[in-house]
Design a protein around this ligand. Structure first.
Ligand code: CMP
Length: 140
């Protein structure tokens, strides 16, 4: 089925001028970029976005990293988009990511892992709505 998923090109990848290379992976996989913008998250925005991880030991680091520079946020749309995006991103820890995945090819560490992607339909809907109005999304 056609789905939407939410994606972030994280500060490490933006800083290394990898936006185009990452976007190219999405489009080559049949994931259409139907909304996109560059933002620099505030601490409050990052804490709210990652609220489910609030009690995890890595939470302070995660918020620090995600607010360390600008990111690209985007909505990807396509057949089975949530799972497909997770497949092309590869494992959360780049050291464990399969060859040919975004994290294997570009990411440096489990924190600076270049991309975020929603893990399920409910989180995709929540995450899209966190950053985009419906009027900013252009299905086609
Ligand atoms: P992301 O998909 O953005 O969601 C939470 C992020 O926390 C994750 O990617 C990682 O970059 C980061 N993180 C750091 N340490 C861990 C860990 N031990 N387990 C999961 N995520 C971690």
């Amino acid at each position: 089925a056609i789905e939407r998923t939410f994606s972030i090109v994280k500060p490490d990848a933006v800083a290394r001028d990898l936006i185009g290379k990452v976007y190219s992976r999405f489009e080559s996989a049949g994931l259409k970029i139907v909304a996109s913008k560059m933002i620099h998250m505030t601490k409050e925005q990052a804490e709210g976005f990652y609220g489910e991880h609030k009690e995890r030991p890595f939470f302070p680091n995660l918020v620090e990293f995600m607010t360390s520079g600008p990111v690209m946020v985007q909505v990807l749309e396509g057949d089975n988009a949530i799972a497909k995006n997770r497949e092309i991103m590869g494992a959360t820890n780049p050291a464990e990511a399969a060859a040919g995945t975004i994290r294997h090819d570009f990411a440096k560490s489990i924190d600076a892992n270049s991309v975020h992607g929603s893990d399920a339909p409910a989180s995709a809907a929540r995450e899209i709505a966190y950053f985009f109005e419906e009027s900013e999304i252009f299905s086609r």
